[in-house]
Design a protein. Structure first.
Length: 616
């Protein structure tokens, strides 16, 4: 079986169910998922890895080609993307729509699948059967992107849905409704210009998502475009009332309701929130509407970005004494506004040497990139060299020439450094005296180093780092306490518990009731020492080795149950057939192919003996 172009995953499962001729849905679920109960979501289905065995595809290819996951991916964080991928491939559902934010989204989910009457004819002629197209199920898309006709969710004659509205059922794409009306003859060409533009924009955004061409900085592009449309102030404040008014004049409330989106009414509506600083993910349909409102389609996004006031990075480091002078080592710039001129001010900091400078923009020439208005910080590299030169001695002018600055800059640096050293020394002495006095006041309560250190943690730590000699000489000395002997003989305990474990295992193996799996939990509970085994297994080597060879895997447990079930059937004098053995052993799903083969071989052996007994 193969998937058709742009076929929805639900359609693949429905065709598989139909081709196998199953009357109910449970056999199909058991064949594909190994489950009795399983919902199949339209947009983000879960537990899809078993379906790879049906269509012989790959994980990423199935997600990319047969689900709506690529449509949502550009608007999710990396953490959300990885979590959703895990849940779709191997999860059991329930939280995938919560993780993606779709459950809390204002966009209304369609109850039924949609189809195109023209595509029904073409698919039947080309492939011999119709199927559900993925592009037809895009949220908000009500037109076929190929034929520009309205998509059908209900029969236009009898208003009967074309698919089941329950995710528990599987509906193949029909040629006729339940009352026999031909769906391929119900073609309606849309004349609604707004609907044509929005549907085209949704499909274009979907194709851009498939190719990874959706800009990652959409909100900054929104802000730039709003500024160009005079809907944003110079300080970056969005004129929300005007934005909502113009948006509602473009898209009426009736149209938004038709595509499943509420009108942006009130101060905290979805349109105001999506244009603010990003704090959560939004539905792709909402982004498609915003893009249509701002640019009239995704094609206008790339040409609308405002030019950067300081060109594109990286930017050069302008520390003249550094080995990387004028090399482009700065990767980030902080842009603010000058309070006097309202022009942009760029702040640049080199991470290699710490040199931090700023200049007023915008840059008009290439030479402007290698200039600065003022130095905010000379950085650790410059300061270290300055301290070394000052310590060696020499004139102010010689030091200034070596540092490639003016003499007054060196004088100012030396003055600030002396003032700071004096302040630091004075503050250090004052703080030291205060902490000494406070510690001596509490020394009468001294019982042990641990208790004293805990009671005076801050003062003790500070004095230990800055005045250790005084601290150690001021504290009284204590005689060393002898080490206490261990209270538990772990060797003896290991032997005793090993005997109890052995008896518990024999009891489980020799019992006449249905075999119970031999696990650490089962043995620990039976001997009343589960907590001891879980916490101190490293001190019980004999027990550890005994459990290592005695604990059962699920596969071993099923084999033991099969042997027990066959013996029970023999005692009852019944024919040892497969269904009877499985029912007696209590096995629903085989843990491996080996267990199934083991059952077949044991069943055949038992059947031969049963027939010999009957013949005799």
């Amino acid at each position: 079986m193969r998937a058709y172009p742009d076929e929805l995953l639900v359609s693949i499962v429905a065709r598989y169910h139909h081709l196998n001729g199953h009357k109910g849905i449970k056999p199909t679920r058991r064949n594909i998922y190994g489950l009795e109960y399983k919902k199949t979501s339209i947009d983000l289905p879960t537990t899809i890895r078993p379906i790879l065995n049906i269509i012989h595809s790959y994980d990423d290819e199935l997600l990319q080609s047969n689900t709506l996951f690529p449509f949502y991916r550009p608007f999710l964080s990396e953490r959300q993307v990885e979590s959703i991928k895990r849940q779709m491939l191997d999860g059991h559902g329930g939280t995938v729509h919560l993780t993606s934010g779709l459950m809390a989204s204002v966009v209304k989910v369609s109850e039924f699948l949609r189809l195109c009457p023209c595509c029904l004819k073409e698919d039947s002629q080309l492939y011999g059967e119709p199927y559900w197209h993925r592009e037809h199920q895009l949220p908000g898309n009500l037109l076929c992107p190929t034929h520009k006709c309205e998509l059908l969710a209900r029969c236009l004659i009898c208003n009967e849905p074309v698919s089941a509205n329950n995710t528990k059922d599987l509906s193949i794409c029909p040629l006729f409704c339940k009352h026999g009306h031909d769906l391929s003859a119900q073609t309606v060409k849309s004349k609604n210009g707004t609907l044509l533009k929005v549907s085209k924009g949704i499909v274009t955004l979907f194709k851009a998502s498939l190719e990874g061409k959706v800009p990652s900085d959409l909100r900054s592009l929104y802000a730039n475009r709003l500024g160009q449309m005079n809907l944003c102030t110079v300080g970056g404040r969005i004129k929300q009332r005007e934005v909502c008014s113009q948006f509602q004049s473009m898209f009426s409330s009736d149209f938004l309701t038709k595509i499943g989106v509420p009108a942006p009414i009130g101060s905290d509506n979805w349109l105001s929130t999506i244009l603010r600083k990003p704090r959560r993910s939004f539905h792709p349909l909402l982004h498609a509407l915003v893009i249509e409102f701002l640019w009239g389609g995704t094609n206008g996004i790339s040409s609308s970005a405002a030019p950067a006031p300081f060109c594109d990075g990286p930017w050069p480091c302008l520390n003249k004494i550094a080995g990387h002078y004028k090399q482009h080592t700065i990767t980030e710039v902080t842009v603010t506004r000058c309070t006097n001129t309202n022009k942009p001010v760029g702040s640049f900091k080199c991470e290699l040497c710490g040199f931090h400078y700023s200049r007023r923009g915008p840059d008009l020439l290439i030479e402007d990139t290698y200039s600065y208005g003022r130095v905010k910080d000379f950085g650790h590299y410059w300061k270290a060299k300055a301290d070394s030169l000052i310590q060696k001695g020499g004139s102010i002018r010689s030091i200034a020439r070596a540092l490639e600055v003016e003499s007054k800059t060196v004088k100012l640096y030396m003055k600030k450094k002396q003032e700071q050293q004096a302040v630091d020394s004075l503050q250090m002495n004052e703080e030291r005296d205060i902490r000494r006095i406070r510690l001596l006041q509490n020394i009468n309560d001294f019982q042990s180093y641990k208790c004293f250190r805990k009671a005076n943690a801050k003062d003790y730590s500070w004095l230990y780092r800055h005045d250790r000699e005084w601290l150690l000489s001021s504290l009284p000395s204590l005689a060393k306490q002898p080490k206490s002997k261990p209270r538990v003989n772990w060797n003896e305990r290991d032997k005793e518990i090993a005997q109890e474990i052995n008896q518990a295992i024999l009891k489980l193996l020799m019992g006449q009731h249905k075999p119970e799996r031999i696990t650490l939990f089962k043995i620990g509970r039976s001997i009343g020492k589960l907590a001891l085994l879980e916490r101190h297994m490293d001190k019980l080597p004999i027990c550890q080795e005994l459990l290592k060879i005695s604990l059962e895997t699920e596969e071993q447990h099923q084999i033991r149950k099969i042997d027990w079930g066959i013996n029970r059937i023999k005692q009852q004098g019944k024919r040892p057939v497969k269904w009877r053995i499985l029912r007696e052993a209590g096995i629903r799903v085989f843990k491996s192919e080996y267990v199934e083969q083991y059952l077949i071989s044991k069943m055949q052996e038992a059947l031969y003996k049963f027939q010999d007994t009957i013949s005799a």
